[in-house]
Design a protein around this ligand. Structure first.
Ligand code: ACO
Length: 323
């Protein structure tokens, strides 16, 4: 992947928001219908409960509106909406078109499907649009995996759930937040994790686990290389929220203490495109990131895709938002 050329117009995240459906499904609830146990699920995945319900449009509108409110940006001035999702509400039109109308945006809008890497793909894409002259972009990651999960299959039903996270990205004078990025895909591995149209998710859990650790580490290492930083300098890593053991193994190999990882999967399960913005928002809301800190986002997913980005939180200190 190319490095960022010098003097490219930068951007910073100025607002964020999340949405989770109100219905909570605990591991104990799943014990009632599946041959599984809370103990097994917690030990093997770290997940204790998850939120299920809602639509991709509904959750996206909720998280997107919160992000817009926080940034103080007039929705009519947003230049593009990028909606990362694997689970659009309809085949046509794109869910982003409906979200654009509901939020009062007057701009281009498109869906992006890179599975659980989708939000990072979308964030990198949004930086590209800003480099090309856009000033304000809304990036949303939403998935409603409950609709494509076979609730009788204990291999997958314990993992997947619904949610949404959004950020507003604004152009700045001077250096922005994105220091390095990497996007990857390996279509030869698609058989290990897929869902046909109208069908359920099929997954070879062991193979996905094995590959996930490797491709997260590879992608993160490339992004840190492009950013010119080392793992020691990363203040917070925001990994895809699939399995605590995957996060632990990836952190170990990267040499980043697990205490520096943002995790919400204990309460959200795997929400695919929403998982990284949900974990990022949680870390920001809990003041885990200060101006100037280096933040590493890293995801993997069906495809199999991988994506990562190194951000210097807030960009350079003299980077006012462009009006
Ligand atoms: N409850 C109880 N027992 C179970 C369950 C369950 N839900 N599922 C499997 N088992 C049993 C198995 O049958 C097996 O029994 P056996 O030893 O008698 O044969 C035993 O538990 C161990 O099963 P494994 O499959 O080896 O368990 P593992 O430790 O690999 O954990 C898991 C399974 C959690 C699925 C893990 O492999 C994993 O997380 N893989 C990655 C999945 C993932 O991240 N997917 C999302 C990708 S992102 C995207 O694009 C959506």
């Amino acid at each position: 992947m190319p490095t960022i050329p010098p003097n490219v117009r930068g951007a910073v995240i100025t607002g964020w928001g999340t949405a989770l459906p109100p219905k909570v499904l605990t591991n104990h609830d799943l014990e009632q219908t599946l041959d599984t146990s809370d103990h097994w699920i917690v030990e093997r995945t770290g997940i204790r409960e998850r939120h299920v319900g809602g639509t991709t449009v509904g959750l996206s509108v909720e998280s997107g509106r919160k992000a817009l409110d926080m940034s103080g940006v007039d929705p009519a001035t947003i230049d593009a909406l990028v909606l990362a999702t694997t689970t659009p509400d309809r085949t046509v039109p794109a869910s982003s078109a409906t979200v654009q109308k509901e939020l009062g945006l007057r701009c281009g809008a498109f869906d992006l499907n890179a599975a659980c890497s989708g939000f990072v793909y979308g964030l990198v894409q949004a930086h590209g649009l800003i480099a090309m002259g856009a000033k304000k972009i809304l990036v949303i990651g939403t998935d409603t995996l409950a609709r494509i999960t076979d609730w009788d299959d204990r291999n997958t039903a314990i993992l997947f759930a619904d949610g949404s996270g959004a950020v507003v990205l604004e152009a700045v004078e001077g250096e922005g937040q994105l220091l390095g990025w990497d996007l990857d895909a390996d279509g030869s591995a698609e058989r290990f994790l897929y869902s046909d149209i109208g069908g359920f998710i099929h997954m070879d859990g062991k193979e996905v686990f094995r590959r996930a650790v490797r491709i997260m580490v590879d992608s993160a290492t490339k992004s840190m290389g492009h950013a010119g930083c080392t793992a020691d300098e990363i203040k917070l890593v925001v990994p895809h929220q699939a399995n605590l053991r995957i996060i632990q193994a990836a952190c170990d190999r990267l040499g980043i203490p697990i205490e520096r990882a943002a995790t919400v999967l204990q309460h959200t399960g795997n929400t695919s495109s929403a998982s990284i913005p949900l974990a990022l928002a949680d870390a920001l809301d809990n003041s885990r990131v200060q101006q100037g800190d280096l933040v590493l986002l890293v995801g993997f997913g069906a495809g199999m895709t991988a994506a990562s980005a190194v951000l210097r939180w807030g960009g350079s200190t003299d980077a006012p938002v462009m009006m």
